[in-house]
Design a protein around this ligand. Structure first.
Ligand SMILES: [Zn+2]
Length: 472
């Protein structure tokens, strides 16, 4: 008798728990007739956008039964509805925080001269966030070498992204000294990879909710990728309630994970970055608010479109699509790429890997190898672009020492293109440009302003700038 009651009570607890952890327990696919208008409606209802299929104009949403009713009442064309029970959760072969840590440490041990692993900080729950640095003579700090940065899994449930991050590491390390292109990149540049950024969230994916997206803040979670302090909460591009899947946090940059990422990026000052997400087969570049484009969009958008054209869709037909978030989805504020561009001078991209046929947690045996292999064309394109049109060098004083905080103004002599750029510590800079002729002006406190003309072709141009002390 006693035993029966106990079992019944446990049953109730489990049911209540899973209900609390899964407020949005149905995956609904809707086909949009008026894409931009209906996307705005979806966003205004704080629905959890899982992914899109731009070809069919179909959008996947994780929703509550009440939200399904809302969609029906507002005339949305529901293509399919799947209950949470049918969403089985990820294959156990996908990564978790412990597996990523051990894999990175094994790589560093196996390739000690070109790989070094370090924790870049701790998550809210005290887990280490691991990064690996890959370059020739990794023990030697060389400020002349520019960095390229790849990170995966701002969002916990996007499990394929860590596979991509680890494959970048695996490919670079195993091909160094064998593949001439990879050997050259690692001789000339530094590659930093964070294969699993949202470690607390990923832990929740394995322990309580396979559709968990945010960090572990307060049981409700903050969307780290709406928490960055650049135009934070500025254009209805994030959620204000704790329950929203894109909750932006209580204040700009409030989350420890956000701060860890900002500190790390500020320390390496990468030229390019890719943040891997899933899914939708798109490449996103800044800015996230509708109608806003970067001042250097001639460069940012051209490279973004070329990057997308290298990535073949899962169905083998066509390639990824590139655009800003409002062009492809809807406005996003507090995302990492806006901060990376707007504050850290990085040219940053988001890649949403896999299609809506694969979803967040594709069959490992069917899609893991296929996806990571397909993504190589993207990150290799970006490393190859490091060798392309650009200027690099050092701003120095009369004694040949680097000038801190010098400001460059780079202006095209035959178009309206202009860019402001603050040099890295010790005066180093690396600015990606389109081919053309540029006037490069340099200003630094205590020095005479200086102008030079530089012609940029298809390769990087060394452009050292020596400043004279200002006369009083
Ligand atoms: Zn994501």
């Amino acid at each position: 008798m006693m035993k029966t009651i106990m079992v019944a009570l446990i049953g109730v607890c489990v049911a209540l728990n899973s209900f609390a952890a899964l407020p949005a327990n149905q995956m609904v696919r809707v086909r949009l007739g008026n894409y931009s208008l209906q996307m705005k409606q979806i966003q205004s209802q704080e629905m959890d956008l899982a992914g899109v299929n731009l070809k069919s104009k179909e959008v996947d949403l994780l929703v509550t039964p009440q939200q399904v009713d809302w969609l029906k009442a507002h005339g949305f064309n529901i293509v399919s509805l799947t209950s949470s029970r049918a969403m089985s959760g990820p294959d156990s072969r996908y990564q978790n925080p412990a597996k990523v840590e051990s894999a990175l440490k094994q790589y560093a041990a196996a390739f000690p001269t070109i790989a070094r692993v370090a924790s870049i900080g701790k998550s809210l729950e005290g887990r280490d966030i691991w990064a690996i640095r890959i370059t020739k003579d990794v023990a030697k700090e060389d400020p002349t070498k520019p960095h390229v940065f790849f990170n995966s899994m701002h969002h916990a449930r996007e499990v394929m992204t860590s596979e991509v991050g680890l494959d970048i590491v695996d490919t670079l390390l195993n091909q160094y000294g064998k593949d001439p292109q990879i050997t050259h990149w690692l001789d000339a540049y530094v590659v930093d990879v964070v294969p699993m950024f949202n470690v607390d969230g990923n832990n929740l994916v394995w322990t309580s909710d396979s559709m968990w997206r945010k960090n572990a803040r307060g049981g409700y979670g903050v969307d780290i990728n709406r928490n960055y302090p650049y135009a934070w909460n500025s254009c209805h591009g994030s959620g204000s309630s704790h329950s929203a899947q894109d909750f932006h946090g209580d204040s700009a940059g409030s989350e420890v994970e956000t701060q860890v990422m900002m500190n790390f990026v500020s320390s390496i000052r990468p030229v390019f970055s890719i943040s891997y997400h899933s899914y939708s087969e798109i490449v996103i570049y800044p800015f996230g608010c509708a109608g806003q484009h970067t001042p250097t969009k001639d460069v940012v958008e051209k490279i973004g479109k070329e990057l997308a054209s290298k990535l073949v869709s899962d169905d083998g037909h066509g390639t990824y699509t590139a655009g800003t978030a409002p062009e492809l989805l809807y406005s996003v504020d507090g995302g990492d790429i806006d901060w990376l561009y707007g504050v850290a001078q990085v040219i940053p991209y988001v890649i949403e890997v896999n299609s809506s046929s694969q979803g967040f947690q594709p069959s490992y045996s069917k899609w893991r190898d296929k996806t990571i292999t397909g993504q190589r064309a993207g990150w290799k394109y970006l490393l190859n672009r490091m060798d392309g049109s650009s200027i690099f060098g050092q701003v120095t004083n009369g004694n040949g020492l680097g000038v801190e905080a010098a400001k460059l103004h780079i202006r095209s002599t035959n178009s309206s293109f202009a860019q402001d750029y603050t040099v890295n510590p010790k005066g180093f800079f690396n600015v990606i440009l389109n081919p053309g002729q540029y006037e490069v002006s340099v200003q630094a406190a205590g020095f005479q302003a200086q102008k030079s003309l530089v012609t940029v072709g298809d390769t990087r141009v060394k452009t050292d700038l020596n400043l004279k002390t200002a006369r009083n």
